[in-house]
Design a binder for this molecule. Sequence first.
Ligand code: 5GP
Ligand code: ZN
Length: 112
Amino acid sequence: MDNCIFCMILNGEIPSEKVYEDELCVAFKDIEPLAPTHFLVIPRTHVSGASEIGPEMEPVVGHIFGVIAKLAKELGFADGYRVVTNCGADAGQTVPHLHFHVLAGKQLGSFN
Ligand code: 5GP
Ligand code: ZN
């Protein structure tokens, strides 16, 4: 997708600090971390957000959650982490390519 920051990260036009990648998804550190561990997991397929997840993307989303669980064990934050996806303007979504924030490494506050 043209002009999509995360598609540019996927194709290497914009550098990123990758923590994991496979044929379906890529995980890279957030440029403005909100916790000691803060990375984003994105599908390789451009989907604008969670509201556009259709049947073809459902297995990919399940896969992403499995990858996150594996990374939690490997990277040592299995004791606690939060997965967030912001969808749309009211939720504060700023990049219109589906992404899952993974936050860990501190006591995370409640949110509204
Ligand atoms: P959203 O607000 O859409 O839920 O989250 C977008 C996230 O992408 C933000 O946390 C922001 O810091 C991160 N971000 C935006 N541009 C870049 C970038 O070029 N590289 C990286 N690594 N993260 C980015
Ligand atoms: Zn994209």
